[in-house]
Design a protein. Structure first.
Length: 253
């Protein structure tokens, strides 16, 4: 397949975890992959062995980089077929501290929400030149029911979900499909610092396999694994019981 015929994919947060696993998956499929993050990180060996992979450095929180990042992409390709906006981070609010880190709320919104918005601004003009453009954003199953200490992370991921739902309507005239992905617990550097139980935890390769398959069919929304969605459905519909379940351990301490 010539480089002109290959599907062009842009993945943010590609230096680690889910983004790295997705990058490998799309390279295996024969796509041209533009991989963004602040660091090359674990992408370095892949960059050395794959001509179809290009690293495009991008701090998604820095909106002054938007034009330069777009220009870097345009230097290599006129269009992007699929943009997977996956970069994100997680921190928890700890109100047991004497001086809680409230600034963290802005930090998380800036990476997870504003960063995704900046990434949309980068890729929209390139998506418009694709024959079958697809914009994919990564939210989280955390939006399905409340979790303690997840004020910042949950709010940022809920904002992504709403933003993408609205954007889907506004991009319809341009025939750009929009998918919001809600992963459950995936074993990555982001979750390795968690000290609470993570039901149905899966590997990043397994998560990337499921996301890749789902992205092919362009759903509005894809949440996985289903067993976690069911558990969170319960949490959403029985909020008092859910809260008791999640907070009773803390009260007994
Ligand atoms: N792991 C899970 O259980 C889980 C569950 C639901 C949703 N998610 C979501 O899935 C996505 C990927 O998470 P992960 O678990 O794979 O985490 P990860 O291994 O920590 O990877 C996060 C990626 O985001 C990039 N990133 C962070 N801040 C950035 C910034 N300011 N600018 C550019 N890139 C930045 C990191 O690259 P650099 O540090 O090199 O910039 C890294 O490549 C996140 O949006 C996360 O919220 C994860």
């Amino acid at each position: 397949m010539s480089s002109a015929e290959k599907k062009v994919v842009w993945i943010t947060g590609a230096s680690s975890g889910i983004g790295l696993a997705l990058t490998k998956k799309y390279l295996d499929e024969g796509c041209r992959v533009f991989a963004s993050a602040r660091r090359e990180g674990e992408l370095a060996p892949l960059l050395a062995s794959h001509d179809a992979l290009v690293f495009v450095p991008f701090d998604i929180t820095d909106d002054s980089q938007v034009h330069d990042v777009r220009a870097t992409l345009l230097a290599h390709t006129k269009h992007v077929d699929c943009a997977i906006l996956n970069a994100g981070t997680c921190e928890y609010l700890d109100l047991t501290e004497t001086d809680p880190d409230w600034k963290m709320m802005n930090r998380i919104m800036s990476v997870n929400f504003s960063g995704l918005v900046n990434s949309v601004e980068v890729c929209l003009p390139l998506l418009k030149y694709s024959f079958r453009p697809h914009l994919v954003g990564v939210s989280s199953q955390a939006v399905q029911a409340a979790f303690p200490q997840a004020e910042a992370y949950g709010a940022s991921k809920a904002a992504i979900r709403y933003f993408l739902s609205s954007l889907r309507m506004d991009l319809k005239p341009f025939s750009i499909d929009v998918t919001c992905i809600l992963p459950g617990f995936v074993d990555t550097p982001l979750t390795r610092k968690n000290t609470f139980p993570m039901p149905f935890l899966m590997s990043s390769d397994e998560a990337a396999k499921r996301m890749h398959r789902a992205i092919e069919s362009r759903p509005y929304e894809f949440s996985f694994p289903k067993r976690l969605s069911t558990l969170l459905w319960f949490g959403r519909h029985f909020p008092k019981l859910w809260m008791t379940m999640l907070t009773s351990k803390n009260e007994s301490n």
